[in-house]
Design a protein around this ligand. Structure first.
Ligand code: ISL
Ligand code: CA
Length: 549
């Protein structure tokens, strides 16, 4: 089995992880300081959200130099030391590869403003329509149109995200060559692969007007086009295949069949993908139209993707999503049990699990008191748009509280001291006030904590073959219960997940408890019997050989 299938990944959002020099911004030295913590947790791979030079219009997802480290995060020496120190602890590092766009402060873009520069064609420049309108009717991911006017040449450039993030032109072989060089540079430094940002939208097959939609008008011309597949195969063949590394693609609006085309082994494109369908359970079409979270739909969606792909990238949280406990758990009284239940589920599915910083202690959504405390560019654009549409203030506030990306970006809560131990100064984004209740230090001391459960569950996953490589099989999905199995020729593990704050009776199988948030490991359950699953219980039972089907 490939090493990237066996290991558990931990995503670091460097800005909010640990600040060592007191400027209120997390840094690379801070990550080095916590390597022992991560090793102890059982982490085998780190994914760093972008640490490259960037004017930070989108917190590093707007890169101005792929070959240097953001000053606020430290130096290239710090980065080299991080790779080395992680290696000593057998932790591999993957970088965020953001290539759909660069910052408009990238040297390429600055030069490309000149019509006669060879860099002009690195980006997508177009004349406006003859009636004075934009080159097309596309809308961006961040609640704006997709074109920005440049007076000097009387043309517009395309940006699918913020206007300071200009889309690269992947019809230009020189751009692909640049990307290969960037990848090689980092792989030579010893990193172990890439998380490829919005990778399934990089190639635009046409710039015609799109069919008008509630969001992302024009997306039929760039979601998972053949051009993207070609580029992925090239990057694989010419660069990635020469290293012991892997890729995980962030792929927006993919269906299972598109997903298969992007990461099926035989196609030699990506190794796995982050799909989004299970993150859309509590929304209508776009996240700004919330609906009730349904654990049944959640389980069905997970099962659908488990069955569709050979190997999934498993995640319930990242730097763009609300915190899973705030989002999926109705009864906050059970925060601890529910946090462990979610850990049981995440780490027993088939695929490579990704844990986002703070998830392992059950951090919750941002508890800001005023919209002025929100920093994210997406939230700000949505606010402006909602205002323009005359939506009432209370409704805008409600939308942002529920879906803002800042929910997951508040500083990591290390201990019960000022600013949660993240920094000695006021953090760049306000800390969640519940750091006294939820922090690493107190959970390390508490045997029953979510943190210690994650640690144990990671160990169990590593040591239990069916959880690593077994087939996935649904047993039942109903309103609150998700029951499935992981099956190898030698062993069957059955997983029970209770998504409600009530007890539920189930018929068990004959077996032994591997792990659970209420029961002792090794406890035996003999003979088929009724068992009352407790509120938010997660339980894995190893079935005995004398199996009653
Ligand atoms: O969170 C989202 C909007 O509600 C997503 O659509 C998100 O923008 C999308 O998943 C792309 O995300 C990635 O690329 C963006 C960056 O802002 C995100 O942080 C990154 O994860 C542009 O680079
Ligand atoms: Ca700092």
């Amino acid at each position: 089995m490939e090493w990237w299938k066996e290991r558990v990944v931990y995503q670091i959002y460097p800005r909010s992880f640990v600040d060592t020099n007191g400027d209120g911004i997390g840094d690379i030295k801070g990550i080095i300081e916590k390597l022992d913590y991560l090793h102890d947790l059982g982490i085998g791979i780190l994914w760093l959200s972008p640490v490259y030079a960037s004017p930070n219009k989108d917190n590093g997802y707007d890169i101005s130099d792929y070959y240097s480290i953001h000053k606020e995060f430290g130096t290239m020496e710090d980065m080299d030391l991080l790779i080395k120190e992680a290696g000593i602890r057998d932790i591999k590092i993957i970088m965020d590869l953001v290539i759909n766009h660069t910052s408009t402060e990238h040297e390429w873009f600055i030069k490309s403003r000149d019509k006669n520069s060879p860099y002009r064609d690195y980006y997508i420049w177009r004349k406006g329509k003859s009636n004075g309108k934009l080159p097309n009717n596309w809308t961006s991911f961040f609640a704006e149109d997709c074109w920005e006017y440049d007076e000097a040449s009387d043309e517009y450039y395309l940006h699918l995200f913020a206007k300071e993030q200009a889309d690269l032109n992947f019809d230009n072989p020189a751009v692909i060559k640049e990307i290969k060089d960037i990848m090689t540079f980092w792989l030579e430094k010893g990193i172990a692969g890439f998380r490829c940002d919005v990778i399934n939208v990089i190639y635009k097959s046409s710039l015609e007007d799109g069919k008008k939609k509630l969001a992302l008008t024009g997306s039929e011309y760039y979601i998972s086009k053949e051009g993207t597949h070609n580029i992925l195969r090239q990057l694989r063949k010419d660069v990635l295949s020469k290293y012991d590394c892997f890729t995980v693609g962030e792929t927006v609006f993919v269906t299972p069949s598109m997903g298969k085309d992007l990461c099926d082994k035989a196609r030699e494109e990506l190794d796995m993908i982050f799909s989004f369908e299970h993150m859309e359970i509590d929304q209508y079409f776009v996240k700004w139209f919330p609906r009730k979270f349904s654990s049944k739909r959640f389980a069905e969606t997970i099962a659908k993707w488990q069955n569709a792909l050979e190997w999934n990238a498993l995640y319930f949280e990242n730097h763009d999503q609300p915190r899973s406990i705030s989002r999926m758990i109705k009864d906050s009284k059970y925060r601890q049990e529910a946090g462990k239940m979610l850990a049981t589920l995440l780490l027993s599915l088939k695929g490579t699990p990704f844990i986002y910083q703070g998830q392992e202690i059950g951090m919750t959504n941002f508890d800001y008191t005023s919209l002025d405390e929100i920093m994210d560019v997406e939230s700000k654009n949505v606010y402006a748009l909602a205002k323009k549409l005359h939506l009432p203030e209370w409704y805008i506030e409600k939308m942002i509280r529920k879906a803002s990306r800042d929910n997951a970006r508040t500083p990591m809560q290390w201990e019960d001291s000022l600013y949660g131990g993240f920094s000695i100064s006021k953090p760049w984004l306000k800390e969640n006030q519940n750091y006294g209740l939820i922090n690493v230090k107190s959970q390390q001391k508490d045997k029953e904590s979510i943190l210690n459960y994650y640690k144990e569950m990671i160990k169990v996953r590593r040591e239990t073959l069916p959880l690593l490589e077994g087939d996935f099989k649904v047993i039942s999905i109903d309103k609150n219960l998700f029951v499935f199995e992981r099956v190898t020729k030698q062993e069957v593990n059955r997983i029970y997940i209770n998504f409600s704050n009530k007890e539920h009776n189930i018929m068990t199988v004959d077996g032994e408890v591997i792990i659970g948030n209420y029961r002792n490991n090794g406890e035996r359950i003999l003979g088929k019997q009724t068992l009352a699953l407790k509120a938010y219980e997660g339980l894995i039972i190893k079935r005995f050989k004398t199996m009653d089907k």
